[in-house]
Design a protein around this ligand. Sequence first.
Ligand SMILES: Nc1ncnc2c1ncn2[C@@H]1O[C@H](COP(=O)(O)OP(=O)(O)O)[C@@H](O)[C@H]1O
Ligand SMILES: [Mg+2]
Length: 369
Amino acid sequence: MTPTIDRDDLIAAAEALVAADGELNEQEVKMLRILIESVEESEENSFSLNETEAIFRTITESDGETSFEETSFIRNFIEANFDNHQENREEDNVIDATNSTSATEGLNLVSTDELEIDGDPHIWVRNLDLHYGSVQTLFEVSVPIEKNAVTALIGPSGCGKSTLLRCLNRMNDLIPICKIDGEISFEGEDIQRRTTDLVTLRRRIGMVFQKPNPFPKSVYDNVAYGVRLHYKPSRRRLNEIVENSLKRAAIWEEVSDRLHELGTSLSGGQQQRLCIARTIAVEPDIILMDEPCSALDPIATAKIEELILELKKHFTVVIVTHSMSQAQRVSDYTGFMYLGRMAEFGKTEQIFSNPNNELTRRYISGRFG
Ligand SMILES: Nc1ncnc2c1ncn2[C@@H]1O[C@H](COP(=O)(O)OP(=O)(O)O)[C@@H](O)[C@H]1O
Ligand SMILES: [Mg+2]
């Protein structure tokens, strides 16, 4: 029998693929709409490996390039659905990605009163619902973020990790169709109030993205830019801040004699540390990281992980990662998200050694995702 996947799985995968590089551009959204329409009109309810690959190719090539994230997404998807297809089907009937009503039945969600942390909360998310247009993407998500600790968000592609992360500094405001209900309190104040000063909020809660994105400016100016904007320091003070931030981001030794070269001329791993230096330079309280290592090689990844452990001495860190081993290495707390819900939250050690939820167990043991 030739393995196939059904149309719901295919549509879910196509959506996740489009979002795999952390951004949705206009062409991608358009391509996705056309694809969904044509899949919905098609007679069969199932697609072969060849058809699936052709559909992915159409999507990834719509913007003229296939990114690393897209390639690895497709590889994982094909492996999960076709290579071990039979086995997966028998065991994983719960994990029918978009069939959300049946898939979430019996899923024990974390309730707000079960959430415990040892130290002081820096952010508290309570009962967050989020819609993109008419599509609900987050469902009653609650999670505490401990101060000076690392909290990892894990879960299958498309489950809402990046969406939740973007809520924490109101980056979702940039998406007009996005509507949020619930509470996000940061040091006791709800950041969603109309009076929140977004410039200050985003300085205090900085963000590092999936793809390193230095400005097309010198290494020095990449770091100095935000500092000038927020603090108007003297030239001498600015030099100190730039040097200090590059040191704290563990990249000073590699760039001290290249400060006037373009930030974009550095290697990928260096660019990511430069972006971290840029974030640190404006003295944030919290650093959000969305799969910061997914475009990096293992050595560059190890350097960032080491840096994260250093950063938590001064900052609160929230990191989205698809790497189970990375979550285990760097985080104190882990939230496992599934279909827009917070399915489990707890100390990283407990989540990985003795999860309460069967779904968490299967996800961390690599059975799906
Ligand atoms: N800007 C957007 N507009 C519409 N839908 C979006 C947007 N960003 C993400 N989504 C959808 O929300 C869901 C969650 O996406 P995301 O938060 O990127 O998941 P994850 O980071 O866990 O892979 C996906 O179905 C995705 O297609
Ligand atoms: Mg994401």
